[in-house]
Design a protein around this ligand. Structure first.
Ligand SMILES: Cc1cc2nc3c(=O)[nH]c(=O)nc-3n(C[C@H](O)[C@H](O)[C@H](O)COP(=O)(O)OP(=O)(O)OC[C@H]3O[C@@H](n4cnc5c(N)ncnc54)[C@H](O)[C@@H]3O)c2cc1C
Length: 365
C-alpha cells in the first residue's frame, strides 16, 4: 500500500512538473513574441514616426514597415494591456483602470441626467492596441453615403471605391465588379459582409443580382470577424424578421445580426491582425510608456520631429526624415496639435501657446 501511494505521488509530481514546463514555455514564447521589437531608447531619427499605437497606429506601423527601406518608430503612451482585455465579456472591467485615459465630459446641460454632476465617462484605451483592446468589438463597414460624405468633407482619396482593395485585404477576400453601374458600389458593403459569412437583408438581395464575382479567396484575413448566431432563439428570429420588414420600407436601412471582431472566443484587434506579425521586423521600433507632447516644426512650417516624455519624465526630441503621423485618438490627437500651436488662436493664446506658422495659413484659425 505505501509503495502504491509513493508511485501515485511520483506520477502526480511528474505531471505537475511537465505542466509547469509547458506553461513556462507558452508564457516565455508569448512574452518574447509580444516584446520583440520593443525598445527602451529611441534612435535620433526615423523615416516615419507614428504617434499612438491604437487601432489606426497598429495598421500604419505594420504597413509602413513592410517596406524594409523605411525606418519606423511607433510611440505609445501606455504599455501592454492585461490578459483581461482578451476576454470579450470582461471589457467593462477595464474602464477606469490604468489602461483607460478615463476622460469625463464637462457637466452636460441636455444629457447625462441622473449621472453625478451630469458628467459622462468617456473611456479611451491607453496601451498597445488602444481603444481596440477595450471596445465592444462590434464591427460594421460604413454605408456608401458615409464614404461620400467623408470625401465631400475633404478626405479626398478615402472613398469606398479607393478603399475597396484594403477592405478586401482586411477580410481576406477579393471581388471584381462585373457591372459598371452605381449599384455595384452601393452593394459593396453588403458584399463584404456576405464575403465574411455575414448576412444582411441587402446581401440576400445581392445574390440574385450577381453584380460581383469572387475572383480570389486570398490568404488569412487580417481581421477576423464573426457573427452572432441567434440559433433557435425565437426572440432573435422575430427581431431579424422585423428588421427585414423595415428594410423593405426604408431603402437605405440594412439590417443584420451583430458582427464582432472575436476569434476563437478571444478579442481580435488590429494589434493582433497587423502589428503583432510585424513586431520582429528590424526596421520597426515600438516605444512604450512614452507620451508625445508636441510636434516640433522648423519655424512653424516644416515638421521636424516630435518631443517625447517617457515615464521616467525625461524629455527627448526625435527627428523624422519623412513624416510624423498622429493617430493618438479623437481626443489626444487634437490635444497634441493644440500643444504644437495648431488650433483656435484665442484658445492657444489663453493657455500661452504661440500659434504655429503652419496654423497661421489655415483659414479660420
Ligand atoms: C468602451 C469603448 C467601446 C467601443 N465600442 C466599439 C464597438 O463596439 N465598435 C466600434 O467600431 N468601435 C467601438 N469603439 C470605438 C473604437 O474602439 C475606436 O473608434 C477606435 O479604436 C479608435 O482608433 P484610434 O486609432 O483612432 O484611437 P485609439 O485606438 O484610441 O488609439 C489611440 C492610441 O494613442 C495613444 N496615445 C494617446 N495620446 C498619446 C500621446 N500623446 N503619445 C503617445 N501615445 C498616445 C493611446 O494610448 C492609444 O493607444 C469603442 C470605444 C470604446 C472606448
Amino acid at each position: 500500500m505505501p509503495y502504491l501511494l509513493q508511485k501515485q505521488a511520483l506520477y502526480i509530481m511528474m505531471l505537475a512538473l511537465m505542466g509547469g514546463v509547458i506553461l513556462g514555455l507558452v508564457a516565455w514564447s508569448s512574452w518574447t513574441s509580444a516584446h520583440h521589437g520593443i525598445i527602451k531608447t529611441p534612435e535620433a531619427h526615423y523615416d516615419y514616426i507614428i504617434v499612438g499605437g491604437g487601432t489606426a497606429g497598429c495598421v500604419l506601423a505594420a504597413r509602413l514597415s513592410a517596406n524594409p527601406r523605411h525606418n519606423v518608430l511607433l510611440v505609445e503612451a501606455g504599455e501592454h494591456f492585461s490578459w483581461l482585455s482578451s476576454v470579450p465579456l470582461a471589457t467593462p472591467m477595464l474602464q477606469g483602470s490604468a489602461q483607460d485615459w478615463a476622460y469625463r465630459t464637462k457637466p452636460q446641460v441636455h444629457s447625462s441626467w441622473g449621472l453625478n454632476n451630469q458628467s459622462s465617462a468617456c473611456p479611451r484605451g491607453r496601451g498597445l492596441g488602444g481603444s481596440g483592446k477595450m471596445n465592444y468589438m462590434l464591427h460594421n463597414i460604413g454605408s456608401e453615403e458615409d464614404f461620400v460624405r467623408w470625401e465631400g468633407s475633404g478626405a479626398i482619396g478615402w472613398g469606398l471605391r479607393q478603399l475597396q482593395p484594403y477592405i478586401s485585404k482586411m477580410l481576406g477576400t477579393e471581388h471584381k465588379c462585373i457591372k459598371q453601374k452605381p449599384y455595384c458600389l452601393r452593394s459593396y458593403q453588403n458584399l463584404l459582409m456576405s464575403a465574411a459569412g455575414l448576412y444582411t437583408t441587402h446581401s440576400a438581395h445581392l445574390k440574385s443580382h450577381r453584380s460581383f464575382v469572387r475572383v480570389k479567396a486570398s490568404v488569412q484575413p487580417l481581421m477576423h470577424i464573426s457573427h452572432v448566431d441567434v440559433g433557435n432563439s425565437v426572440l432573435g428570429k422575430v427581431f431579424i424578421e422585423a428588421g427585414h420588414e423595415l428594410a423593405v420600407t426604408f431603402k437605405n436601412l440594412s439590417f443584420s445580426t451583430a458582427h464582432s471582431t472575436v476569434f476563437k472566443g478571444r478579442r481580435w484587434s488590429s494589434l493582433d491582425g497587423y502589428l503583432r506579425p510585424a513586431l520582429g521586423r528590424r526596421n520597426l521600433h515600438v516605444l512604450l510608456k512614452t507620451q508625445v507632447t508636441r510636434v516640433v516644426t522648423d519655424n512653424g512650417r516644416v515638421v521636424q520631429g516630435v518631443e517625447l516624455r517617457s515615464s521616467g519624465d525625461f524629455t527627448k526630441f526625435v527627428r523624422s526624415r519623412q513624416e510624423v503621423m498622429l493617430s493618438a485618438g479623437t481626443i489626444n490627437t487634437p490635444h497634441i496639435l493644440l500643444q504644437s500651436g495648431v488650433g483656435p488662436r484665442a484658445h492657444l493664446q489663453k493657455h500661452g501657446v504661440s500659434l504655429s506658422a503652419t496654423a497661421l495659413s489655415i483659414p479660420g484659425l
